[in-house]
Design a protein around this ligand. Structure first.
Ligand code: SF4
Length: 233
């Protein structure tokens, strides 16, 4: 498994204190990405599944407050077979697992039995806008979202708020999600930041990213008024 960054983080990548693995490679190119160093599947170092399992087992005492292991990226599902193998082994060990994904894997459903907490980004409801800013359409992501709603799978949906990309549409976003059965879904908004800007080797293209506080509040209000669950981590 190829990993370009790893370390502990509390509560922002799933519940409790977690060992977070950033898997190399991503099939999107979001223009605001804060981890562009992980775009390439060649980034970082190679680890065997056994090495990582043993690191997770040794770290067990640090998984306090409901913590465990999180796989993120890049896009973790690009290393599907190794990810599935490790998730199965962690499940056997009783270690809590979380996946953070952009939702683009057609095989996401095969991972779900081994994932205790699912975080999925839905950056935009419109496929054309999504593709223009991330390089990939959102069709599979939305299919996965709909399947999870239908099956009752618990999911934590994260929506990055970037003014020039999706900032004008709080009501349209809320209307879009209100069509689904979201009793097991919660939503979180991630306001734009520029922590990764200096890491870009090609020109950084976001020109108008910061979202006024009032607009972030408008998103929250639009979702809440339609009975959608909004959380902050
Ligand atoms: S999906 Fe995530 S890791 Fe991939 S480019 Fe977008 S923000 Fe970066």
């Amino acid at each position: 498994m190829r990993i370009f960054q790893k370390g502990f983080n509390f509560s922002q990548d799933g519940p409790g204190n977690r060992l977070v693995y950033h898997l190399a490679g991503c099939n999107m190119r979001c223009i605001w990405c804060s981890n562009p160093e992980g775009f390439s599947g060649e980034a970082g170092e190679e680890y065997t599944v056994e090495t990582l399992l043993s690191e997770c087992i040794r770290s067990r005492k640090l998984f306090f407050s409901g913590g465990g292991v999180t796989f993120t990226g890049g896009e973790a599902t690009l290393q599907f077979d190794e990810l599935l193998s490790l998730l199965k082994l962690l499940k056997k060990e009783g270690i809590h697992t979380c996946l953070e994904t952009n939702g683009s894997s057609e095989k996401l459903g095969d991972l779900l039995p081994f994932i205790d907490y699912l975080i999925m980004d839905i950056k935009h409801y419109d496929p054309a806008v999504h593709k223009a800013y991330t390089g990939l359409g959102n069709e599979v992501t939305l299919q996965n979202f709909a399947k999870n709603c239908n099956s009752g799978q618990r999911q934590h949906i994260r929506i990055p708020l970037i003014r020039e990309f999706n900032g004008n549409f709080p009501e349209a976003f809320a209307d879009f999600f209100a069509k689904y059965d979201t009793k097991n879904t919660c939503f979180e908004f991630l306001p734009y930041h520029e922590y990764g800007k200096e890491k870009w080797k090609t020109p950084y293209l976001v020109q108008d990213g910061f979202m006024p506080k009032e607009t972030v509040a408008a998103f929250k209000e639009a979702f809440k008024s339609r009975g959608l669950s909004v959380i902050t981590t």
